[in-house]
Design a protein around this ligand. Structure first.
Ligand SMILES: *Cc1c(COP(=O)(O)O)cnc(C)c1O
Length: 357
């Protein structure tokens, strides 16, 4: 391997974060959410480090099959269920728990020929208006499901739009309670934010995603700084070029940055085609040889520039942390106008993985 950009995955941090979730939600079982290839961490490389979980939740059928073929025998929850009726034989073969959120899925389930009943997550629309049945229909949908030979255990499922926001969850809880009335069903409601900050939502199964990877659901690292959660992914590279600028010299596309003094800058082998956000402004934090400095100029496809003023000892080959334990992904994301989720998921295939066991 020649180009020095890598995504280092700290599996000890991943194990630690699952234990943090266990401590926080001690009475609940845990669906570890591993959609989007484990939030960009590569499911194939990380799932075994999470095998102390109670189940895996995701929505890509081929990745569910990867878990089964890899030897995972525990529950697998398909968060959006089947996308068409012809997937049901695979749900049956691989024993996948399926969310059911729409009437067409009820019909497909009723008509499928399965070897054994499937466990069902009855998805209620809590007010987010993405997927799910209206709360007022929950009882009728439950009765339909209960009458089907293809249906095993039924769990009530809902999702929160604002568990990390000041708005909170009270409106959603009204809808969920309306749906649950008269149905004595186990519940799975809580994403990461609700798991951490809304204890009353934990119930039988929590569904954390982002906190397992060591980033904040709300986008601010400070919100989880005292929780014991640790970043799992570090995006690393090296300095591959040096430029000495005079006052007035410019850097990068669009000449966005202009030096107002003599300064030394380093060119780092990482750009937006690696998953580093092009929207990062000048001064976005970067660590060079352990010293925090900032970007200068527009992020290119394959390179970005950093101010070496605070680290005069740095030179060609100096290690660069773009995010990781020192530079929190939440901080980079916030500077770039996005959230840690998007940056993790955007790790490009050309960024080699380095697994730290
Ligand atoms: C992605 C997802 C989660 C996990 O969300 P986080 O904010 O990453 O904890 C939980 N439930 C559902 C239905 C999801 O789609």
């Amino acid at each position: 391997m020649t180009r020095p950009v890598t995504a280092e995955l700290d599996l000890a941090a991943l194990r630690n974060n699952l234990q943090v979730v266990r401590r926080v939600a001690a009475k609940s079982r845990v669906w570890s959410v591993v959609k989007a290839d484990a939030y960009g961490h590569s499911l194939a490389h990380v799932w075994q480090a999470m095998s102390a979980t109670d189940g895996f939740a995701l929505l890509e059928l081929e990745k569910a099959i990867l878990l089964r073929d890899g030897g995972w025998k525990g529950p697998v929850l398909m968060l959006e269920g089947f996308f068409s009726a012809d997937e049901l034989p695979l749900f049956d073969q691989y024993r996948l728990t399926t969310s059911v959120h729409s009437n067409w899925q009820l019909k497909a389930l009723a008509q499928a020929r399965l070897r054994a009943p499937l466990d069902i997550y009855l998805k209620i629309n809590s007010g987010m208006n993405r997927l799910g049945f209206p709360p007022g229909q929950a009882a009728a949908v439950y009765q339909q499901l209960r009458g089907m030979a293809n249906v095993g255990q039924i769990t009530l499922m809902a999702h929160f739009a604002d568990a990390d926001q000041p708005e909170g969850i009270s409106d959603a809880l009204v809808n969920i309670e309306q749906a649950a009335r008269g149905l004595d069903l186990p519940r799975s409601l809580a994403n990461s934010a609700a798991t951490l900050w809304h204890p009353q939502t934990r119930h039988q199964w929590v569904r954390p995603g982002i906190i397992l990877y060591g980033a904040s659901p709300g986008g601010d690292w400070q919100d989880i700084a005292g929780s014991g959660l640790q970043p799992v992914m570090s995006l690393r590279s090296e300095i591959i070029g040096i430029q000495n600028l005079k006052p007035g010299d410019r850097v990068g596309y669009g000449s966005r940055f202009q030096a107002d003094r003599e300064m030394r800058i380093g060119i780092v082998a990482a750009g937006y085609a690696d998953g580093y956000p092009r929207t990062a402004p000048d001064g976005t934090p970067v660590a060079v040889a352990g010293v925090t400095t900032g970007t200068v100029g527009m992020i290119s496809m394959d390179m970005l520039a950093v101010d070496l003023t605070p680290c005069p000892q740095a030179g060609i080959g100096s290690p660069v942390e773009l995010w990781g334990p020192q530079i929190k992904i939440d901080t980079v994301a916030r500077a770039a106008g996005t959230i840690g989720y998007e940056l993790m998921c955007a790790r490009a295939p050309r960024v080699a993985l380095v697994i730290k066991h």
